[in-house]
Design a protein around this ligand. Structure first.
Ligand SMILES: Cc1cc2nc3c(=O)[nH]c(=O)nc-3n(C[C@H](O)[C@H](O)[C@H](O)COP(=O)(O)OP(=O)(O)OC[C@H]3O[C@@H](n4cnc5c(N)ncnc54)[C@H](O)[C@@H]3O)c2cc1C
Ligand code: FES
Ligand code: FES
Length: 475
């Protein structure tokens, strides 16, 4: 495939297999070895680059996705030989030892400082939570980022973002001739009208959204589809719209978009609480709600909130549209009601009544980048006397799919939402749950955690992700 993009300020045109990973293209084909590869699966941040000014993992990006973008690697950060202010601050604070994580860490910081020129300590911790450093220690790194010299504004170094529907970059003078090795085709429709026939003509193709699951499966050879259909350039799949009674979320809306959206914040805090615990900022920046639903993992973080919010999933193909309650859409672990040629186009959530209490909590092996050992989402409505009218509860990671326990919901009805009620009802959770044991936790432990999560419902403190790691618990 012929790919044109801007690399470190210069237009470039090259020929590469569409499904070649961006990290391989940068390092091996273009010799830009400042971009490192650590894990190859989105967990270490060593391969971070800037795409249209935002930090992104190049191990979870395909060559086809570079088309029309402005890419900055660490080599392009200080083109005139002077250190970028972030690099200078890293030197000043001794925030580098082996240096393997440093390019990714620096580019993540450049992105953060372009958006928040004076970040708080917590903002910095959050921003680098997907960038692993095994030898310097985070104190010096966080100090360097916080102390970056703002006399030279970061924005001066930030590439202009590409605008939609506009040839974003100057064309390179020379484009190489097309070669035989085109790789796995990656189709890139820009409209729904273009998408439907593509889906119908390529029934074995896999849909690609953020790629945070799919590209890991491709790398691990878990799947080998004949083609990919990339949804990321279809604006109509990304929007969030509101009626008097409901909110419709486009399937390709990213987790980051949902976290920043005021309508979602106002009506569905339980969804935002769950999204805050999902992956790292890099994963939330590209991962989508449609991808989380279609993956249908028992540990999928959006699934318990979507169950208690009574979500309806809109499924579309060239044949037409179907609307399914989420409980019918997810049919088993990793299984959904999607038929070949269909995609999820949207998720619709009815607006809860005013005064509804919403709550999400997840327990993982550590605080960032951890799959849930158990999680609980709750939406509770109250009657005029202040007692529970209806409690909707959904546990994640304790069964093959999200678990609802009608016995527990019924037992809470008519009682006050306080510690005494929850203690009285907790044994029902253990009685009716039959979780599995796996590498993350044993069944008995999961059962206990699931009951304890119920106790936290009466707690008004802001939700944070709990951890089972004794070191983090002690800190
Ligand atoms: C390092 C790391 C940490 C992670 N941490 C978490 C976590 O804490 N919690 C969690 O829940 N998940 C986590 N994930 C998993 C992943 O990020 C999420 O499931 C994400 O929401 C997937 O969305 P995506 O857009 O990247 O999907 P993709 O990877 O693009 O696609 C995933 C699957 O969904 C299908 N698909 C995508 N969009 C559609 C659509 N509109 N219609 C039909 N099918 C579609 C694809 O064909 C594919 O089968 C993590 C992943 C990584 C790499
Ligand atoms: S190499 Fe680890 S996140 Fe890309
Ligand atoms: S400096 Fe060695 S991994 Fe961070």
């Amino acid at each position: 495939m012929k790919i044109e993009f801007q690399l470190n300020g210069k237009p470039i045109c090259l020929e590469a297999p569409a499904d070649r990973r961006a990290v391989d293209l940068l390092r091996e084909d273009l010799g830009l070895t400042g971009t490192k590869e650590g894990c190859g699966t989105g967990e270490c941040g060593a391969c971070t680059i800037l795409v249209d000014g935002r930090s992104r993992l190049s191990c979870l990006m395909l060559a086809s996705q570079l088309e029309g973008r402005k890419i900055t690697t660490i080599e392009g950060l200080a083109p005139e030989g002077h250190l970028h202010p972030v690099q200078a601050a890293f030197v000043r604070h001794g925030a580098v030892q082996c240096g393997f994580c440093t390019p990714g860490m620096v580019l993540t910081a450049v992105d953060l400082l372009a958006r928040h020129p004076e970040p708080r300590h917590d903002d910095v911790i959050e921003a680098v939570s997907g960038n692993l450093c095994r030898c310097t220690g985070y104190q010096k790194i966080v100090a360097a980022i916080t102390d970056t010299d703002d006399a030279a504004p970061i924005s001066a170094h930030r590439p202009e973002p590409a605008r939609e529907n506009e040839p974003p970059i100057a064309h390179a003078a020379v484009c190489p001739p097309q070669t035989e090795n085109q790789g796995r085709p990656v189709l890139q429709p820009r409209t729904l009208d273009a998408l439907w026939p593509m889906l119908a003509d390529h029934l074995q193709a896999r849909v690609l959204a953020g790629g945070t699951d799919l590209l890991v499966w491709l790398r691990n050879r878990k799947i080998d589809p004949p083609a990919l259909i990339d949804l990321a350039r279809i604006d109509a799949l990304r929007g969030i719209s509101e009626t008097a009674d409901a909110v419709r979320i486009g399937a390709a809306a990213t987790h980051e978009t949902l976290l920043a959206d005021p309508v979602i914040a106002r009506h569905f805090p339980v969804l935002q609480q769950a999204l805050r615990t999902l992956g790292s900022p890099h994963i939330r920046h590209v991962g989508t709600i449609g991808g989380n639903l279609a993956t249908a993992s028992p540990a999928g973080d959006t699934l318990p909130p979507l169950h208690v919010l009574d979500a309806t999933v809109t499924v579309q193909s060239i044949q037409g549209t179907r609307r399914l309650p989420i409980a019918s859409f997810i049919t088993g672990p990793g299984q959904t009601a999607l038929m070949p040629g269909e995609i999820i186009s949207a998720v619709t959530l009815p607006k809860p009544a005013a005064g509804t209490r919403q709550h999400f909590e997840k327990v993982g092996l550590r605080q960032a980048m951890a799959c849930a050992v158990a999680s609980l989402a709750a939406v509770v409505t109250f009657n005029d006397a202040g007692a529970i009218d209806r409690a909707r509860l959904a546990w994640g990671s304790v069964g093959p799919t999200v678990v609802r326990l009608p016995e527990v919901e019924a037992a809470l009805s008519g009682r006050r939402l306080d510690q005494e009620t929850l203690e009285a009802v907790r044994p029902l959770v253990s009685r009716h749950l039959s979780p599995i044991s796996d590498v993350r936790a044993g069944a008995d432990y999961r059962r206990r955690v699931a009951g304890n999560l119920l106790l936290r419902l009466a707690d008004d403190r802001p939700t944070r992700q709990a951890t089972t790691d004794p070191v983090e618990q002690a800190s």
